[in-house]
Design a protein around this ligand. Structure first.
Ligand code: FES
Length: 271
């Protein structure tokens, strides 16, 4: 478990203290506490965030950007969605060309924009709208997925309508929501790795919908109820969402007696 619960302050080198202080005050929105209040070599300015953290700008003759033109090394500010919208308006008004260099990788409700300070240091400004964490349904009604025999033991079938995957395990069926439990990215089944993968921030889940041990820690994927009628037709209700903390066998819907076949038996049959 992490023992650090935040950072105290950030010290930045700038080449023109007046210019940078104006940028961090007027564009980023920090409060200026005062000049030359900290024991740094060179003129400096102390600014405050609306949380407890501080930013110290220290004027130096030259700033060497770490990995110039790289988008990988940067600082990110996390705002509320209202603050984010106000910041965007302020930046646009001030003539900044606001953009999100990774827009195609953003999860639902994840807002982000990039900006460079007067010395060319990159900032990312982020905010999460409520849809980033809400449970999503499409109101499709129950979906008939096919006959029990259409699903080989071990198979995973992706359904576009309803955004779920139907997984056939040894003991039964599991319908997993494809909405990532981190921030609602849309998962894909990666057969070559036997896992679900979220392209937004890289979360991975196994066929039971449990997060991979070394991946991003997220709750297990949500479930949808599965029913199997007397004719063996499998139906999933993606409008009903079941949250869970772990996997247990009671979450599986067993196929009718006679249709049950183990993965090992099927593998033996194919050999
Ligand atoms: S949305 Fe962040 S890992 Fe899926």
């Amino acid at each position: 478990m992490a023992v650090v619960d935040g950072f105290s302050h950030l010290v930045l080198h700038v080449t023109d203290l007046d210019r940078s202080e104006a940028f961090y005050r007027d564009i980023i929105g920090l409060d200026v506490i005062g000049r030359d209040l900290v024991a740094e070599d060179g003129p400096n300015s102390l600014l405050a965030m609306n949380t407890r953290q501080r930013l110290v700008l220290v004027e130096v003759p030259e700033v060497t950007a770490i990995r110039p033109n790289s988008s990988t090394i940067h600082h990110a500010w996390l705002l509320t969605i209202e603050e984010f919208q106000r910041t965007r308006e302020r930046m646009e008004k001030a003539g900044y060309d606001v953009d999100d260099s990774r827009a195609q990788f953003r999860a639902m409700g994840e807002n982000s924009m990039d900006i460079y300070d007067p010395d060319g240091q990159r900032y990312q400004i982020q905010a999460y709208a409520p849809e980033a964490t809400q449970v999503i349904t499409e109101n499709t009604g129950p979906i008939a997925c096919g006959h029990v025999d259409d699903f080989a033991v071990g198979s995973v079938k992706t359904f576009v309508k309803g955004k779920f995957c139907l997984v056939r395990l040894d003991e039964g069926f599991l319908a997993l929501s494809r909405w990532c439990t981190h921030l609602n990215g849309l998962l894909s089944w990666k057969r070559e790795h036997w896992e679900f993968y979220c392209p937004m921030h890289g979360a991975r889940f196994d066929r039971r919908g449990l997060p991979r041990p070394k991946g991003r820690p997220c709750p297990p994927l949500r479930l949808h109820p599965v029913t199997i009628d007397s004719a063996g037709v499998v139906t999933v209700d993606p409008d009903t969402v079941i949250k869970r903390d772990d996997f247990d066998a009671s979450q599986l819907t067993a196929p009718p007696a006679g249709a049950r076949e183990t993965e090992a038996a099927q593998a033996g049959k194919g050999a």
